[in-house]
Write a protein that binds this ligand. Structure first.
Ligand code: NAD
Length: 518
């Protein structure tokens, strides 16, 4: 019987060690030699090519093509759902223990190829070394954690036994899962959603983001090597706007696992709710969406913790995390000192190509994101006072200076709208109650932090700061699988908790069997 040891989080490699640094430089060089390769779609285990292609670029050097991919069509999308549906009876009958075993193997392969995956993330997603390493480690954590969770779910606790009956309840998979991840955790979130669907016995149509399809194709290789039959996971690249509706509306789609923007998540939710001719179930939608996350710096905060905590939460991975701090709400008693210290540290941050480990910030993901973030900075200039950054950073890549805009009121667009870039709005609060009120003044509710030494204030925040992931006296990014089950309230999503004990239930349904004993 498969009995893995208790779950522990994957340790991060230490790039300050000279031999690891050297190994990473070699991994970057190896991966670069693979630039420009063409990748196929996979439908029913077969490689498929489309007439049109899409290229993924290195955002640090957009003239360099990382991978060439197929542009899936609506017809190919429908074929992918049909293929996943056809293989479901077979895959769903594979014993849970074998599926969990394949997932543990997936973790082992990712671990063995860790620096190579780090390098792909540096080049295709513009992650700095350490951000890439955190992403790959989280992907390994999801595999290890969900494998154990599946083993737990496969023998649920007994139900009440009626006299003269044998009664039981157990979990079975749902059917075809359409998995649509974002580019910002192109490995961890993609692996997390895909493997949760597979290990629970669903078949998958994986449609990765067009910004990071090469990383997704590499995951396909790993899953196959780990023993997942190729027919259980269809790989479909292409524009979300072109193939998305077909995947979501298809009558044989049973559930959609989506992580991405509010606009796309709400559209998927609406489309999935409409029953199509021939459809025999109510589709399930798991949608994890945007954030406008706030950190409260109270007058009783330790500023030695709060300043670096806000800095790393706001500017790590160029602010392109759903959990990124985009609003600092600071008590007026410490506002000036906090800002002065934060601005000094922000001005010292380095921006440039992500493969150079001396840069703290790499590029933003693509030209459209760069345009949109710079537009928000211009809006912010009218809504507050720019104290750091405020424009593009030099270089050929999509670089933007880490930007702080102070004196921002709650009605400002940069206080309310998700910018998804290195832009922090700072707002003054009269007192702690006012700070809580400002923090909750949002349509989102994903993460938040309170820096304070007051137990009473932390207790009040625990009860009334309305976010799915609340932290005290630490950054609001960097949720760890197992310890911080992750997902938000309000328009941040359906409050699924990835990396937590409830997550796999979202991919399962319970069946009860009662037998009269004669
Ligand atoms: P996005 O919504 O633009 O794209 C997400 C995915 O949806 C991509 O694969 C895209 O191709 C696909 N897509 C686009 N249009 C579609 C359509 N009409 N139908 C179906 N699929 C479609 O988001 P993004 O830019 O990739 O990611 C950034 C967003 O993701 C941010 O809003 C961020 O906050 C959010 N996010 C949330 C979480 C979370 O856990 N809550 C985690 C990471 C990112």
């Amino acid at each position: 019987m498969l009995k893995p040891p208790p779950f522990v989080n994957e340790p991060w490699v230490d790039f300050s060690a000279p031999e690891t640094r050297q190994a990473m430089l070699e991994a970057l060089a190896r991966v670069k030699r693979e630039f420009g390769a063409e990748y196929d779609l996979r439908i029913d285990g077969q490689p498929v090519r489309a007439a049109d292609k899409l290229a993924s670029l290195d955002p640090s050097r957009p003239s360099e093509v990382v991978g060439v991919h197929q542009r899936g069509t609506p017809e190919l999308a429908a074929q992918a759902v049909e293929a996943a549906y056809a293989y479901f009876p077979q895959w769903s009958r594979t014993p849970a223990e074998s599926r969990a075993g394949m997932l543990l193997k997936t973790a082992a392969i990712l671990r063995a190829r860790k620096l190579e995956f780090d390098a792909w993330l540096v080049y295709e997603a513009g992650k700095t070394w350490i951000e890439a390493e955190a992403d790959v480690s989280e992907a390994i954590d999801f595999c290890e954690y969900y494998a154990r969770e599946m083993l737990r779910m496969s023998s649920p606790p007994p139900v009440v036994q009626l006299p003269g009956e044998r009664d039981e309840m157990f979990y079975i998979p749902l059917g075809v899962a359409v998995v649509i991840p974002p580019w910002n955790f192109p490995l961890a979130i993609l692996v997390g959603m895909t493997t949760a669907a597979l290990v629970t016995g669903n078949t998958v149509v994986l449609k990765p983001s067009s910004d990071t399809p090469t990383i997704a194709a590499k995951v396909g290789e790993v899953l196959a090597e780990a023993g997942f039959p190729p027919q259980c996971c269809q790989f479909l690249t292409g524009s979300g706007a072109v193939v998305g509706d077909v995947l979501v509306e298809h009558p044989k789609t049973r559930l959609v696992a989506f992580t991405g923007s509010k606009a796309v998540g709400l559209r998927i939710n609406e489309l999935a709710a409409r029953t199509q001719p021939g459809q025999r179930w109510i589709k399930r939608v798991i949608a994890e969406m945007g954030g406008k996350d706030a950190i409260i710096v109270d007058r009783e905060a330790d500023l030695d913790l709060a300043v670096p905590g806000v800095l790393v939460s706001a500017f790590g991975y160029q602010g392109q995390k759903c959990s990124a701090c985009s609003r600092a709400i600071v008590d007026e008693a410490v506002y000036d000192e906090f800002l002065e210290r934060l601005v000094a540290k922000t001005r010292a941050l380095t921006v440039g190509p992500a493969d150079d480990p001396d840069n703290y910030l790499g590029p933003v993901i693509n030209a459209a994101a760069r345009r949109s973030i710079l537009d928000y900075i211009e809006i912010g200039r009218r809504e507050g006072r720019v104290l750091a950054g405020g424009g593009p950073a030099p270089g050929d890549g999509y670089f933007i200076q880490p930007t702080i805009i102070a004196e921002v009121g709650p009605e400002a667009r940069i206080f309310q709208e998700e910018i998804f870039g290195p832009v922090l709005a700072v707002t003054k609060a009269r007192d702690f109650e006012h700070a809580l009120e400002l923090a909750n003044d949002s349509e989102y509710g994903l993460t938040g932090t309170v820096f304070s030494r007051s137990r009473d204030k932390l207790a009040a925040a625990r009860e009334r700061f309305f976010v799915g992931n609340l932290y005290f006296n630490r950054k609001c990014t960097g949720a760890m699988v197992g310890a911080h089950p992750f997902g938000g309230f309000n328009l941040s999503g359906t409050d699924s908790k990835a990396g937590g004990p409830d997550y796999l239930l979202l991919f399962l349904q319970a069946k009860a069997v009662g037998e009269k004993l004669t």
